[in-house]
Ligand binder design. Structure first.
Ligand SMILES: Cc1cc2nc3c(=O)[nH]c(=O)nc-3n(C[C@H](O)[C@H](O)[C@H](O)COP(=O)(O)OP(=O)(O)OC[C@H]3O[C@@H](n4cnc5c(N)ncnc54)[C@H](O)[C@@H]3O)c2cc1C
Length: 370
């Protein structure tokens, strides 16, 4: 049976949208390439983060905030439907500053977010060392201060992905692995999709294949100029609860491990770790929380972010081939809640709202100079 919607890509973005569509009663098939693909969803840091999102783009700040506000309900809905706890917590979040210059720059950025938030209140605090020590007693003497907002949190991204897949199945959605989409042929009101030697067709498709979107977009006259940005992460052995809230680069998981991350590197499609970067991450982590020097590292890895030229999501419906949508972003954990609720609803209804126009790829069109 042909579904009402084909979602291409079964990472956090595609799975969230597919789950949201299936929950609304639509028949959905997810076509996913498989383990050979680049998969940011299996290698990320797990923050549900607001305080560094949307500088100069208040629409992105609002969208991120909406998702963070929706996350508690989203997580408990997933748990009640699947029994899987994604480990979501929202205790607020911290961005650590190790120098006065870093703290001054941080203050400026937070004030910019507050001003740009317009009528949506945006609360933040700049904490000096002593005040921060009350929230995070483990900080070292080299920490000058930090920014804090109550909107930030974190989750276990692997449990999230597992929960989304389980919830999709529960709502009769089908996930098909080893199904790399090689062609999409649009015709009147229909898309014929070839994947892993099989053929599928549906009146709607959602491109949610991460870095794969760049190539697939051209099949339906969309422009999705995403490129990889590498990030490296260190994970330690489990320790007693010591960090009551996540920081931008160091967090304690519900299981007790400490995650230290994450770099931002232009390294093409090279997803290997490098000792120089890992050393730099570890050194800063020990300056921030000196107890870490006695904690054993159990794993390091690298993964590739799905990054647009300005770092904001790309949401669009093809003008030439209505029914073909793209959904891509570099904060798939943070935005999972709005992808499963709002974005899925827009796809079901067949139109993206004016609010999301800011995220169309038209912003990358180069104006010819006079
Ligand atoms: C180091 C690092 C840290 C990060 N930290 C955070 C964080 O703290 N918080 C946060 O919100 N986000 C974070 N992110 C970003 C987050 O991981 C991504 O935004 C999210 O995983 C993107 O999900 P996706 O589904 O778009 O892409 P992916 O996870 O890459 O999935 C794409 C899927 O599409 C499939 N695919 C590709 N091509 C095809 C094709 N032709 N046919 C069929 N299927 C195809 C692949 O098999 C894959 O499963 C981080 C990313 C990295 C790399």
């Amino acid at each position: 049976m042909n579904p009402e919607v084909i979602v291409i890509g079964g990472g956090l973005v595609g799975s969230a949208v597919a789950y949201g569509l299936a929950r609304r009663g639509l028949s959905v098939v997810v076509l996913d390439e498989g383990d050979v693909a680049y998969r940011a969803s299996r290698g990320n840091f797990g923050l549900v983060w607001v305080q560094s999102k949307g500088f100069g783009a208040p629409e992105y700040q609002r969208w991120t905030r909406l998702s963070s506000d929706r996350w508690p309900e989203f997580a408990s809905q997933l748990e009640s439907e699947t029994g899987i706890n994604c480990g979501h917590e929202r205790p607020g979040g911290i961005t650590i500053c190790l120098t006065e210059d870093e703290l001054a720059a941080r203050r400026k950025l937070m004030e910019q977010l507050r001003v740009e938030s317009g009528t949506t209140p945006f609360e933040y605090k700049i904490l000096q060392h002593e005040a921060l020590k009350e929230l995070l007693p483990a900080i070292g003497p080299q920490v000058v201060g930090a920014s804090y907002t109550p909107y930030d949190g974190h989750a276990n991204p692997l449990y999230l992905l597992r929960a989304l897949h389980a919830a999709l199945a529960k709502h009769q959605g089908r996930y098909i692995p080893n199904a790399r989409v090689s062609s999409i042929r649009p015709s009147a009101g229909n898309f014929a999709v070839t994947a892993g030697g099989q053929r599928f067709s549906a009146p709607k498709i959602v491109l949610a294949s991460g870095l794969g979107n760049k190539e697939l977009a051209s099949h339906v006259s969309l422009n999705v100029p995403v490129d990889p940005v590498r990030g490296q992460i260190i994970v330690t052995e489990r320790v007693q609860p010591v960090l009551a809230m996540p920081t931008l680069t160091i967090r304690q998981t519900v299981e007790g491990t400490i995650m230290i991350g994450e770099s931002r590197e232009e390294a093409g499609f090279d997803d290997a770790t490098s000792p120089t970067i890992i050393k730099r991450l570890a050194e800063r982590a020990v300056r921030t929380f000196p107890f870490l020097k006695d904690v054993r590292v159990v794993r390091t890895w690298a993964a590739l972010r799905v990054m647009s030229p300005d770092g904001f999501p790309i949401y669009e419906q093809s003008r030439q081939y209505p029914g073909a949508f793209v959904c891509t972003c570099h904060s798939g954990v943070t935005l999972a809640a709005v992808h499963a609720t709002h974005y899925a609803r827009y796809v079901a209804e067949g139109a993206l709202p004016v609010d999301l126009q800011r995220f169309s790829s038209a912003r990358f069109d180069v104006q010819a100079s006079a």
